[in-house]
Design a protein around this ligand. Sequence first.
Ligand SMILES: *[C@@H]1O[C@H](CO)[C@@H](O)[C@H](O)[C@H]1NC(C)=O
Ligand SMILES: *[C@@H]1O[C@H](CO)[C@@H](O)[C@H](O)[C@H]1NC(C)=O
Ligand SMILES: *[C@@H]1O[C@H](CO)[C@@H](O)[C@H](O)[C@H]1NC(C)=O
Length: 339
Amino acid sequence: MASLRWYYHLCACISLMVGFELGLVNGQYYRQVGSKKLPYQTFTVDQSGHGNFSTVQSAINAVPSNNKYWICIRVKAGTYREKVMIPYDKQYIILKGEGKKKTWIEWDDHDNVAQSPTFASQADNFVAKSISFRNTYNNPINNNPRAPAVAAMISGDKSAFYRCGFYGLQDTLWDVQGRHYYNKCTMQGAIDFIFGAGQSIFENCSIAYFGKALEPGLLGYITAQGRVGPYDSNGFVFKGCTVHGSGSTYLGRPWRGYSRVIFYNSNFSHIVNPKGWDAWNFVGLEQQLTYAEDGCYGPGEEDASQRVGWSNKLSQADLNQFTSISYVDNEGWLNDRPF
Ligand SMILES: *[C@@H]1O[C@H](CO)[C@@H](O)[C@H](O)[C@H]1NC(C)=O
Ligand SMILES: *[C@@H]1O[C@H](CO)[C@@H](O)[C@H](O)[C@H]1NC(C)=O
Ligand SMILES: *[C@@H]1O[C@H](CO)[C@@H](O)[C@H](O)[C@H]1NC(C)=O
């Protein structure tokens, strides 16, 4: 106890000397300047050599293992041709580009979902802003045969994405596990392009169906959610999103037997297939799935009367539970971050 108090005195002393307070909440640190929370430290990544680092990965490598101090990695505009990985022991990173059409991280690995991600984040407490992740193997359209090619794989808890882009064709965003929040992001792809067992809210996102990159006549699948058991808390909630593109797509199919996906107050263009959902390998077990739409509108919702008979209508209580921010954050972690 005495040594802890001594440590805080030391911190207060340092703060006085340099003019900021060292904020400490839930064992994580940021700088408090007046009412503003700022990252403890900022690294700049610039390809032209004017920053602290010229690749994104080298900046991540410079974050110490078991980090508890929010560090902002600012990535200047440009296309960074590299695979980027944030290991589980490097928490409290903010990865900030200059705009989702300006700062790109791209690579083109393919074949399987585990080896292909251009960007992988395993650490808890991660934030990305104004940056895009692309797997270029099948996006933009080219002559490569179609294959699983992940743009981003997110497996840490308490991870948030603001104005980010995820571009691919098959298996674009692997939302593996953990509580995640996506705001004003763009997800592009055609087959199972948002998949995994994350407990996630996608709010005001643009779901860009890339049907024109598919073989003619083939239907796509926006989601392949992977909830395994009836008591698992995960699921995908799309709130205030826009679903658009060209071709025809299902809203989802179950990667695992208790798949759960909810579209709420979202705008569907004509690309949504009237059947809505596909049972894939779980024909006969559809009652295990939770596939619901509520408050959606637009041309793709007009023929919703033709949806598969086993899609769900949620009670108001369930709707409130899934569409409230507390579904991913009942501790305040989303607001307890320095930007
Ligand atoms: C990054 O570069 C800035 C500007 O040159 C410098 O002040 C800062 O100390 C550098 N930070 C690191 C971690 O090298
Ligand atoms: C989402 O969009 C709606 C409609 O534009 C807006 O009222 C709301 O504030 C947005 N919410 C967030 C969290 O961005
Ligand atoms: C729905 O989205 C389309 C674009 O796909 C847009 O033109 C239309 O205005 C939107 N509708 C509403 C009511 O926001």
